[in-house]
Design a protein around this ligand. Structure first.
Ligand code: BGC
Length: 734
């Protein structure tokens, strides 16, 4: 495996700030969150770092100049940093912090404020990814931060991104799909949303190559340099280019034999190459050393002091494994990021509000559930439902109703997103059964429910009805990878039996990742609803009857079977632990061929491709033109709504690099949403810039240690999914 090249450089602004005695006058850019002049004038004279007319850099410098070494060390541990008045943490004693420092409280997470009630249960992030909507991600981020603040929490540990190496990765529902551009853009939007109110910080996680839960703390992701840069680092690079999160969390796993939280890539790649100027915090118990971690660029240990106790840090200092400057930089990064995120200027409320969910947050949750649901199949237009006075709809499956079946499963589990694998948020969903029943009543049709406990009885119920809507699910979440992508609780048998009994069967899937569908040819329609959150009922009812149109597109490939996925050998997944070894070696030998690039490279037909999603109307593409200005491309095309309903099409632009680059297949380089009435058309122009953070035209040149654009033929393809690209054009770059 190659080097993942350590080099030693420092971001200029931080290096300069550490060396310079900054003038107290306002010389630099104003703080990201300027307060009123009234507020600025009122800061205590003992706390010049509370002068909001100064920049975050100036304020952090002032604070640290007034600090002793032990006060600086407090910033290096979550508990000591965030509880300034407390002095003893798990038997480790610190001095009180300098005055005017805020109480900071972290909360998970990417989906919603975790571990409390009275918050909105949003759909899982994978559903958010299926909306392809930057606007909704930003909107959700805002809502999440508002709710967190009301619950006395001002740093949100999220969003999370990964690269979808295997659909079996347990945290797939918590991430934003398999494509770097899509997940990087949506993560950036989520971060901007969380930080938009000027009083909360976001933490992007988990850096990096954290692609499985199996032995997540005792496995090494073994990756070549090019794959690392192009697949695993890239979504972080894109997210950090378009947002400025307070923190980045390093992951549990090793990368090429070195734990992420003590891996020189923190300094060399994340901070130096990507120019990240916030702080790096560890995942929970992901620290394994003192000197190597601090020297590598880990600024803060999550939770209580273990490796970053003052004693251990001073020992490392005496031993010469770290320098005072490294301590100063870590403290500086934390303080500066807290100030820039507004944490110093907005005290948390004295008490937590009981209920922080608002109508507008719930509307966002419903919008994500609607726009994130993907219509995978719709044979002969069975959907939208055409119901009338004498129509009976059989609703089948435990997760359709809030009443649990004999194994204790209900819509509540689908709503709490992880089906009990992690401490989920409390969630009382508006159950699908409730909403479907209410919507059916408007057309005079009736609903019968069967929880599917008894398959024969469920089939009999279906046989009596005009349409059967049957629910399938599996649970997935942190701590474990599922053994398969099959539905739980006999779901496959239930769906087959219902489909045999009723030729008008519609399947609703509530899964956190891809799912195998042995019954796919037996059913008329399939909807992937993911873990749809508390608004799942209303969202689904509106979609089923066509009160709103489907717009969602898969943010990940759905294989026909696990055997078709990129990780085909045990050495690749879940990795191999040799006799006597404690670390599982996971070899990323599929290289760049991850997600849709794998299926393209291997010529394997997925069950449903990346980017796929049907609608109740039809779109046509034409008039593709591609022009160049230097090495930037301008791609222009027309999309038309040629069907009978209003809809929103997510158009996708892919680029195939010259074969000399050895790329496994095309890559997504742009996407765009167009809301179109029947008959309407829109011309879309997208700029594909060589130097943008997704490096659309380039590959990582391992010899030169930089991005490089090859001369040759580039093919631009445009359409509605990675496998439905009616328009393409070729252009030559020299
Ligand atoms: C998870 C992180 C989370 C942390 C704190 C860990 O188990 O991997 O994503 O932020 O716990 O709750």
């Amino acid at each position: 495996m190659s080097k993942l090249a350590p080099r030693r450089r420092r971001p200029v602004s931080i290096a300069a700030a550490l060396l310079t005695v900054l003038p107290l006058a306002v010389t630099g850019p104003a703080s990201a969150h300027p307060a009123t002049s009234e507020a600025s004038a009122s800061y205590p004279s003992a706390c010049p770092w509370m002068d909001t007319r100064k920049s975050a850099d100036q304020r952090a410098t002032l604070l640290l100049k007034a600090s002793t070494l032990d006060q600086k060390l407090r910033w290096l541990v979550e508990h000591a940093a965030n509880n300034p008045a407390q002095t003893v943490f798990s038997g480790v004693t610190y001095p009180a912090q300098v005055p005017c420092t805020p109480t900071v409280t972290y909360t998970d997470g990417p989906d919603g404020v975790r571990g409390t009630s009275g918050v909105t249960a949003f759909p899982a992030p994978i559903s958010q990814a299926a909306t392809w909507s930057v606007r909704l991600s930003e909107q959700k981020g805002r809502a999440l931060a508002e709710e967190a603040f009301g619950k006395q929490k001002n740093v949100v540990l999220g969003p999370g991104i990964a690269s979808g190496r295997t659909p079996l990765s347990g945290r797939t529902p918590e991430y934003l799909g398999e494509d770097s551009l899509l997940s990087g853009e949506l993560a950036a939007a989520g971060i901007r949303g969380i930080q938009a109110g000027g009083k909360s910080g976001a933490v992007l996680k988990h850096y990096v190559a954290n692609e499985q839960e199996t032995d997540r703390s005792a496995s090494s992701s073994n990756i070549d340099e090019r794959t690392f840069r192009q697949v695993y680092n890239l979504p972080f690079e894109i997210a950090l280019d378009k947002s400025d999160p307070a923190g980045v969390m390093c992951s549990y796993n090793q990368i090429n034999g070195v734990y992420a939280c003590e891996n020189p890539i923190l300094d060399d790649v994340l901070k130096d190459d990507l120019g990240y100027d916030g702080y790096v915090m560890s995942d929970f118990y992901a620290v394994h050393s003192t000197g190597p971690s601090l020297a590598a660029g880990l600024d803060q240990e999550l939770n209580r002091p273990i490796y970053y106790t003052p004693d251990r840090i001073k020992e490392a200092l005496t031993a010469g494994t770290i320098t005072t400057r490294q301590i100063d930089e870590a403290a500086y990064r934390v303080v500066r990021a807290y100030i820039a995120a507004g944490l110093f200027d907005h005290a948390l409320p004295a008490t937590a509000a009981a209920d922080v969910s608002t109508a507008s947050h719930r509307a966002t949750a419903r919008a994500i559930a609607e726009q994130g649901s993907v219509l995978l199949k719709n044979d002969r237009g069975i959907l939208p439902l055409k119901t009338g006075r004498k129509t009976t709809i059989a609703v089948i499956g435990a997760t359709a109703s809030n009443t649990p079946d004999s194994s204790g499963i209900s819509a509540v589990d689908a709503c709490s997103m992880r089906f009990r694998n992690t401490p989920a948020m409390t969630c009382t969903p508006v159950a699908p059964l409730e909403s479907i029943t209410a919507r059916a009543a408007r057309t005079g049709s009736s609903v019968v429910f069967d929880n599917g406990d008894d398959v024969a009885a469920a089939a009999a119920t279906a046989a009596e009805a005009d349409v059967a809507v049957v629910f399938g699910w599996y649970g997935m979440g942190e701590f474990a990878d599922p053994a398969s992508l099959s539905l739980a609780d006999g779901g496959d048998a239930l769906i087959s039996a219902v489909a045999k009994a009723n030729k008008n069967t519609v399947v609703v899937l509530e899964t956190g990742s891809a799912v195998t569908m042995p019954w796919i040819d037996e059913v008329r329609a399939v909807i992937e609803a993911w873990y749809p959150g508390e608004q799942q009922g209303p969202a689904l009812a509106r979609l089923l009857w066509g009160d709103t149109n489907f717009t969602g597109k898969l943010p990940m490939s759905f294989p026909k079977s696990v055997a078709d996925t990129p990780t085909t050998t045990p050495a690749q997944y879940p990795g191999v632990k040799a006799d006597g070894q404690t670390i599982r070696q996971v070899d990323y030998t599929e290289g760049l061929a991850v997600g849709y690039k794998w299926y393209d490279q291997q010529g394997i037909d997925p069950l449903f491709p990346f980017g796929h999603g049907l609608s109740y109307t039809d779109y046509r593409y034409d008039r593709l033109t591609v022009s160049k200005a230097g090495r930037d491309l301008s791609v222009s095309f027309r999309v038309r709504n040629v069907g009978g309903r209003t809809g929103t099409e997510i158009s996708q632009v892919y680029l195939t690099l010259p074969s000399s680059t050895g790329e496994p297949g095309k890559r997504l380089v742009g996407f765009s949403q167009s809301a179109l009435k029947p008959g309407a058309a829109k011309t879309i122009t997208l700029k594909i810039r060589e130097k943008s953070a997704d490096h659309p035209l380039s590959y990582w040149d391992v010899r030169k240690d930089q991005w490089r654009t090859a001369a040759g033929e580039y093919t631009v393809s445009v359409g509605s999914s990675s496998r439905s690209l009616p328009e393409s054009a070729t252009i030559r770059l020299n």
